[in-house]
Design a protein around this ligand. Structure first.
Ligand code: ZN
Length: 281
């Protein structure tokens, strides 16, 4: 599933391709991808035709496309979504969900095999309540050990004695962190994934905040991590997979100490760690 560095990579690449160019046609091929407005009275093509995208921002794993009339499109890639750069006249790819043609002859294909992603359309003055619940993100300027502490270690964060790995993936607390970067940040901070969030020491909170931010920046430099479906908009994979320390490396030796990487189940998800580098205190 695309996490923060993957979505940020796509947003940056899209800015270089589609901003300021007039939309000549927009097609929604999978109606079930449009989650807002709920009544689905809007005609997708009519909503977008002749407009231009003026900015693309990211909140957590959501992409916010602003149009020149003040309307907005929200996109989420779900598990398998991707945006692929194409040009007019190229055949439609399989699993095409939506498609945008531009006045410069370029085209953007939105492909999603499993269709857990979503699209939402907002009128110029309509509030985007969808984004209200999204927590601070490791690339936000205000992200720090204090921010992590106040959110993760709040009553909401540590009630029911939740494992830190599970808490990190709660998008209402910290956004953009999924299975890959929760595992990698905890490895870098030397914290075992099943530690209770509310029991982390001050020093561990500081290390974890720094590790979360740095692992996102390091992955962004490599265009993100491709483990299965994620692709950049030129349909090429991200290269951070080669630099992962623990994620999906169960049974392999730790890159730092040689200990075999372990896999455990936490909150229904797999968590990976090194028993030597990430000792429970
Ligand atoms: Zn190790």
């Amino acid at each position: 599933m695309p996490e923060l560095p993957e979505v940020e990579t796509i947003v940056r690449e899209l800015r270089g391709r589609i901003l300021g160019v007039q939309i000549t046609e927009a097609r929604l091929l999978k109606q079930d991808m449009l989650k807002h407005p709920a009544e689905r009275k809007l005609d997708f093509g009519q909503f977008l035709i002749s407009k231009r995208f003026t900015s693309i921002e990211r909140r957590g794993k959501f992409m916010i496309f602003a149009l020149d009339d003040g309307a907005k499109v929200i996109g989420h890639l779900g598990m398998t979504g991707k945006f692929v750069s194409a040009s007019d006249g190229m055949p439609d790819p399989n699993h095409l969900c939506s498609q945008y043609s531009f006045s410069d002859g370029s085209r953007l294909d939105h492909i999603d095999v499993r269709r857990f992603g979503r699209l939402e359309l907002y009128q110029p003055d309509e509030p985007m309540t969808r984004l209200d619940h999204i927590g601070i993100d490791p690339l936000d300027p205000g992200f720090s050990a204090e921010a992590v502490k106040s959110l993760v270690f709040s009553r909401q964060g540590n009630r029911r004695k939740r494992a830190i790995h599970t808490v990190l993936m709660d998008q209402s607390l910290i956004s953009g962190v999924g299975n890959i970067y929760a595992a990698e940040a905890l490895f870098r901070a030397g914290i075992k994934p099943d530690r209770f969030a509310g029991r982390l020491t001050k020093a561990e909170q500081v290390r974890l905040a720094a590790a979360l931010r740095q692992v996102m920046l390091d992955s962004l430099k490599e265009g993100g991590t491709t483990v299965s479906d994620y692709r950049r908009i030129d349909d090429k994979p991200g290269n951070f997979k080669n630099l992962l320390n623990v994620y999906e490396r169960a049974g392999k030796p730790c890159r730092l100490c040689g200990t075999e990487i372990k896999r455990i189940r936490l909150g229904g998800r797999s968590a990976y760690y090194c028993g030597t580098c990430q000792k429970n205190k």
